[in-house]
Design a protein around this ligand. Structure first.
Ligand code: NAD
Ligand code: GLY
Length: 369
């Protein structure tokens, strides 16, 4: 098992990466579980695969698991479901010193984390991420949120978990497409800040996706280390360091919006394609070579992720895609900072990007074969 500390003044916590962490849940949580009744939030898919394991571990240690099982999907990050969850937590008499367990992907983690942030002005929570995306990204760093009709993740809070248990066993039941989407966030750490890790991903991405346990442990551990470093440096995304984690997200967000935030393009797939576009746009601006941009596209394409916008069959032009970017929550005083590349492993924030130029670039990408 690897243990990665997230160092934050007064709120430091561990991310543990390894096998059988859910089977050993009671011991892993230790004194964080201070009452017999343990509230657990999950979704119906995760419950089907992992409830027995969690129940077994908690019951054997004398705990009484209490389950809130939500319908899977992004729809759970809503006011309606949040209200239901808050009412349930209150009925369960969860107190500030208690911990709520979030067992699931980024949807369950974001929703439960936000509920924990506002329950009685803040109670504890433990992240038990069961998707690759949640293990390498959303469970670490304390961003919690729900969606509203105005957009995704617009209502939320920074609220750090007390512990994160990334059990690699959970990945054995994850659908292949969800693994791929999570892998996009793994390779992102290489592209944005660690060329050696990008090289490793090029060589070992196939093994990670095929279920090789050692490769998965290395990929998750290195990703969490990178995220922990960035979060410790810029917890609230004020200095620009954490903003680099948005590599691929501005282009990706436009593609997600154009495809209606649907299963047509999963978030991780949109980020993958967004990173290809960020690399190609960096080449267009003369920041990186065409060869490096092509290398990024190849690494993403060979992981089975989308690497050409044209293949999405979008019925729109570059201007329409750029228009979605205007509603990006990263808009700052009328400008939209773009994460671009000075090289593989060298992301930076460019605040001088002109959206009309991006639209023209996207017109060409939409026709590229
Ligand atoms: P998700 O939570 O919807 O999970 C994807 C699917 O996999 C769901 O159908 C789920 O039921 C299923 N699933 C989860 N674990 C499983 C398992 N072990 N076995 C079988 N099925 C399983 O999606 P996600 O990709 O994990 O997370 C996406 C969410 O994360 C989005 O809402 C996004 O906004 C958020 N996010 C948050 C952050 C952050 O920093 N807070 C970062 C990135 C993404
Ligand atoms: N997923 C981006 C962040 O945590 O900042």
């Amino acid at each position: 098992m690897a243990v990665i500390p997230v160092e934050l003044a007064g709120r430091s916590y561990e991310v543990r990466v390894g096998s059988e962490l859910l089977a050993d849940l009671a011991a892993q949580c230790g004194p964080l579980l201070r009452k017999k009744r343990v509230p657990i939030v999950t979704d119906n898919n995760v419950e089907r695969h992992w409830r027995e394991t969690v129940d077994g571990s908690l019951a054997a240690a004398g705990f009484e698991p209490r389950w809130m099982i939500l319908e899977s999907g992004e729809g759970a990050k809503s006011w309606t479901v949040l209200e239901r969850l808050m009412d349930w937590l209150l009925a369960e008499e969860v107190e500030r010193g208690d911990h709520v367990l979030a067992l699931g992907g980024g949807v369950i983690g974001d929703l439960t984390g936000f509920a924990a942030a506002i329950l009685k002005r803040g109670c504890g929570f433990i992240q038990l991420p069961t998707t690759l995306l949640a293990q390498v990204d959303s469970s670490v760093g304390g961003k919690t949120a729900i969606n509203t009709s105005a957009g995704k993740n617009l209502v939320g809070a920074f609220h750090q978990p007390s512990l994160v248990l990334a059990d690699l066993d959970a990945l054995t039941t994850l659908p292949a497409r969800e693994m791929g989407a999570g892998y996009a966030e793994v390779i992102k750490y290489g592209i944005l800040g660690d060329r050696a890790f990008f090289d490793w991903c090029e060589a070992n991405g196939g093994a990670v996706l095929a279920g090789d346990r050692a490769a998965q442990e290395y990929a998750v551990t290195e990703s969490v280390k990178a995220k922990a470093r960035i979060v410790a440096e810029d917890e609230r995304e004020t200095t620009g360091a954490r903003a680099l984690l948005n590599l691929g997200h501005t282009f990706g967000h436009a593609l997600e919006a154009q495809t209606g935030f649907s299963d047509r393009l999963l978030h991780g797939e949109a980020v993958a394609l967004g990173m290809v576009l960020a690399a190609r746009y960096s080449a267009r601006r003369g920041y990186i070579s065409e060869a490096d941009a092509q290398r990024v596209a190849m690494a993403i394409g060979s992981a089975g992720l989308p690497s050409e916008v044209a293949t999405l069959g979008l019925n729109c032009n570059g201007q329409a895609l750029a228009a979605h970017m205007l509603h990006d929550k990263k808009m700052d005083a009328g400008t939209l900072p773009f994460v671009l590349l000075h090289g593989i492993g060298e992301a930076f924030l460019d605040k001088q990007v002109v959206l009309a130029d991006v639209a023209e670039f996207l017109d060409r990408e939409l026709e590229r074969r």
